[in-house]
Design a binder for this molecule. Sequence first.
Ligand code: SF4
Ligand code: SF4
Length: 424
Amino acid sequence: MAWQDYTHDMQRCTRCSYCKWIPYRYMRDTGFMEGCPSVSRYLWHAYSASGKFNMAYSLLQKRIEIDDIFLDVLYKCQMDGSCDISCKVQQDIEPLQLMQELRIKCVEDGQLVPAHMIVIDGLRKEDNMMQSKKQDRGRWVEGLGVKDFTSTTAEVIYHAGCRYSFDRDLWPVARGGLQLLLDAGVDVGVMGVEETCCGGRAYELGYAGELTKYAEHQIETFRTTSARTLVTPCSDCYACFKVLYDKIGKKPDIEVLHITHYLERLIKEGKLRLKKKVPIKVTYHDPCHLGRLGEPWVHWQGKEYKVMGQMIVHDPPKKFRRGAGGVYETPRNIIKSIPGLDFVEMYRSKEYAWCCGAGGGVIDAYPDYAAWTGAGRLKEAEAVGAEAIVSACPWCKRNFLDAAGETGNKIEVLDIIELVQRAI
Ligand code: SF4
Ligand code: SF4
């Protein structure tokens, strides 16, 4: 659907501002009730989902044009979907999809964010989002002696993703996840230097063609192997393979799992034993792409009618993605099965989790805003008494580390892989 196809949604946004907050019934602490990082930081209605509906409607009516202010409002947004989920508590409209289509329109019109142009140039030359050389892609795995799909095959593909492949600080985590699978006897390999970006982040920036290009490339690559399962420790990659490829009609013929799915499976089968006590109080941060954005895509084709002058009905009835179908219990089950560990939830969790701050290209274009958002989450983790905040995505870990560095916050930042390693 194009952005203009959401005209009814633009008109039906009631300006109620639910999208700025988590739903009332989940509010437990007055310090942690906000849901939208963008409007919380920039304190102007335009930065909320509702504001973007207003902007889109004004654009449609030719009252405004896309300019630097428009881009500022549209792109100082993590595309984390918190607004979308809160809105859908009481509305059947699609704020996040409208924002996505507006970004695609901006790119099609040549209205580009300079920092993103650099990232996309790098992607087009080097097949990654980190402005790094493609020949360095497999370096994170050197010395592990793992199968490489460029010369052999295996049952499971371990897809590290761009951040894990090139962020040296995070290499131990990527290697640790792979080692857990190897130690459990999994027949697993990597694509090594041939691994490429999934295309998901570029799509979120509005570069729709890059998603199609990489989806087709990945599907063709999977076809040339006998692998039956793809496992990724990156939540962004997971959402891309699982949700976005399906959205654009390019669902891969391979089982797509996040590493937490696979670790939980190995624990249940007794192939991974969490024996050691880990006496630490931790909280879990739901990565947006594993949580609400990891909810399977729901295809719908039909007609939208206006009846009695104002009510919109869908024929056939349309099922909306309201966030509940994300991956929430799997990582919690793993954490809770670690002996000696004390688990505490944050005030905003699961589909109502506050974003880490990195998403939607914010970490590239507006790093101070990314760090501000991440710092808010670290504060929340501290407020519930956690000694460590655990996530399941390299973008979360990177951004939390950066935010902790800037604010001096001493809370430990862990990926769930590191926590599991401590219990082995
Ligand atoms: S986007 Fe949804 S939640 Fe936000 S003001 Fe509009 S109707 Fe309300
Ligand atoms: S996607 Fe996130 S940052 Fe953007 S408007 Fe929605 S809640 Fe705010």
